[in-house]
Design a protein around this ligand. Structure first.
Ligand code: ATP
Ligand code: MG
Length: 391
């Protein structure tokens, strides 16, 4: 009996060492989570790869592949036919069925490549390839063999079961999520920060998010945008935890008590503090932001210095050296761009200085801040009233 399955490949290098089992489990869980609402799927661990099976009927690759190929740590997926009957006559038939399913209009030449990990199999790999190749030539006279640069490579893998496939759809690669510890990403709803979160997730960091919400100065739709971005990010990682911090009171307090041209720096320092506190609770080891040097007034080297000085853990700024266009290209590729540019009504600009300070001195900022006697109280209140959204 044969059935459609999806072969999932992951990076071997990332999987070395004692944590290998844990990483594979994380991948399995991420696949399960992403397919959860679509049907009855089962993920089988095979030597060095995973096999997704559809227990509810015939697998719809167009639905399943996009949900799986995006998971970080996966190098690629192959839509395949699996058969439990491995005798050569059946293998030939299944190869024919596979070629009929993918269609040969685009192909003139082919080869068959066989891998035999079941050493008890009576035929050698070359013999299998030759036998199957001959059969394909017979059934599809429009194809010819080219072993060097074929348009189509039909792969036959003989394991506990046999797998026939010819296409590899590339994934993002990267390290499996969670293999590099945890980080907390400051997500603003703009273009940059979701890209920054993605970049670190791609390096194996388990990323959670924090959004600073200032109703009524920021709208419900602005918050929804961040929730949607977090949801989009969750498909790469198989889940995403988002903190929404009420920031209005703190923001108004700073508005009243610091020089207006430096307000943004104080706001960012306060955000950084809250992010560190929330992160520390979850055993995060770094804050992640979408800062890109020179992009706006607060992202000058001086601005970043003044903001970083408030942090109690390292701040990772994966976009620091990126141009806007480079960031936009990644945002489009990972599907966050269209969410980020969604318009929403920003009700008020009272927090935006006309001529913001571009070269703040950290020592001066700290001196002013030391006189803000109520700051700690506002920070505590913001943290206390933080909402948690699990995606
Ligand atoms: P983005 O495109 O990510 O919004 P930006 O270019 O608009 O970035 P800023 O608004 O200066 O830049 O913010 C710099 C970084 O600070 C953001 O990338 C984000 O990490 C963080 N940040 C800014 N505002 C918020 C917010 N309201 N909530 C959470 N993080 C924020
Ligand atoms: Mg922004």
């Amino acid at each position: 009996m044969e059935e459609k399955v999806l072969i999932v490949r992951y990076g071997e290098i990332a999987m070395r060492g004692n944590n290998r089992k844990l990483f594979v489990t994380r991948l399995v869980n991420a696949i399960r989570k992403n397919l959860d609402d679509m049907g009855d799927y089962y993920v089988v661990r095979e030597q060095g790869r995973l096999i997704v099976e559809d227990r509810g009927g015939e697998m719809d690759f167009d639905k399943v592949i996009p949900r799986v190929v995006c998971i970080l740590g996966i190098t690629g997926v192959c839509p395949a036919l699996k058969t439990t009957e491995q005798d050569i006559e059946n293998i030939k038939k299944v190869c024919e069925q596979h070629i009929n399913e993918i269609g040969i209009d685009d192909y003139k030449t082919f080869k068959v490549e066989t891998k035999r990990s079941d050493k008890r199999y009576p035929l050698g790999s070359r013999e299998v390839s030759a036998a199957v190749g001959e059969y394909i030539l017979e059934k599809f006279p429009q194809l010819t063999v080219d072993v060097h640069e074929p348009d189509l490579t039909v792969n036959v893998e003989l394991r506990n079961d046999a797998y026939i496939y010819s296409k590899l759809i590339k994934g993002f690669g990267g390290l499996p999520v969670g293999s590099s510890g945890k980080g907390i990403a400051m997500l603003s709803g703009g273009i940059d920060s979701p890209v920054a979160a993605f970049m670190m997730a791609k390096r194996g960091v388990e990323v959670e998010g924090v959004y600073f919400n200032s109703p009524p100065y920021t709208s419900e739709r602005a918050k929804q945008k961040v929730v949607d971005l977090a949801e989009r990010l969750s498909v790469f990682t198989g889940g995403f935890k988002l903190y929404v911090v009420p920031f209005t009171d703190l923001q108004l307090y700073l508005l009243d008590n610091v020089p207006h041209d430096k307000l943004t720096i104080f706001l960012k320092r306060a955000m950084t503090r809250v992010a560190c506190t929330l992160g520390e609770r979850d055993e995060a080891l770094a804050v992640i932001t979408g800062d890109s040097v020179g992009q706006v007034a607060s992202q000058t080297m001086q601005g970043l210095h003044a903001i970083s000085a408030a942090a109690t853990m390292p701040i990772l700024r994966p976009l620091a050296g990126f141009d806007k266009q480079e960031i936009v290209d990644i945002a489009r590729k990972i599907g966050t761009f269209d969410i980020s540019i969604r318009p929403y009504e920003d009700c008020c600009t009272i927090f935006v200085a006309k001529h913001p300070e571009t070269k703040p001195k950290t020592s001066i900022i700290e001196k002013i801040e030391s006189k803000l006697t109520a700051l700690d109280k506002y920070l505590e209140e913001a943290i206390e009233n933080t909402e948690v959204i699990e995606l």
